[in-house]
Write a new protein. Structure first.
Length: 207
């Protein structure tokens, strides 16, 4: 089984990246081959340009744009599962992830009344979101992502890590809205359990 993992966070080795890596670890333990992409390390890319080239019958739902995102989309199209993670910025998944998300889904949308999606290779998806806020705050927004992913990519499980630790030393930043002791305690007591859950989800996907 080949799985493609997408880290949509710019902060390497931090919350989102750690959870994505843990899901990868779980999948690999079950024998899956996993290829990981860090969106913020890719060469320049854009979101969907609405060129409609992917709607031509001969294109078969393949994005026409050849930029830094093309290797990711090519790998995702051939994968047997997708692990994706992104932080929440201003109440939604971060912009870099949304650029990828548009390019991943839109080519499969046919606008054909007889068949809404041309994707013949539906695969399971894990969508991980991290957030400064509580993990229950964005249920409606995430349901929208889940519904679209299930329509165009495959059965989707959403996992949220909320009230995350933003920095190691709060005294160096203007972050008085947050209680450093509470955040650190959560990091020590709750985050390890979330890492275990990410591991379990990755292993389950590969199984």
């Amino acid at each position: 089984m080949k799985i493609v993992a997408i880290n949509g966070s710019p902060r390497k080795g931090w919350n989102t990246d750690m959870l994505v890596d843990k899901a990868i670890e779980g999948a690999r333990l079950k024998g899956a081959e996993v290829e990981k992409f860090d969106l913020y390390k890719l060469d320049g890319f854009t979101g969907c340009r609405s060129c409609m080239a992917c709607k031509r019958p001969e294109r078969g739902g393949i994005c026409y744009i050849k930029d830094g995102l093309k290797p990711v989309l090519d790998a995702a199209k051939e994968a047997d599962g997708l692990i994706m993670g992104a932080p929440n910025y201003f109440g939604d998944l971060c912009a870099e992830f949304k650029l990828f998300y548009e390019r991943l889904l839109f080519p499969y949308l046919t606008y054909d009344t007889s068949k809404i999606s041309c994707n013949e290779h539906m695969v399971p998806v894990i969508l991980i979101m991290t957030s400064n806020a509580r993990d229950t705050m964005y249920a409606s927004m995430l349901n929208g992502y889940r519904n679209s992913l299930e329509r165009f990519i495959g059965p989707t499980k959403v996992f949220v890590s909320g009230e995350t630790l933003q920095v190691n030393d709060y005294s160096k930043y203007t972050l008085s809205m947050f209680d450093p002791e509470e955040r650190m305690e959560r990091r020590e007591k709750v985050f390890p359990k979330e890492m275990e859950e990410a591991f379990r989800l990755g292993a389950e996907m590969a199984s």
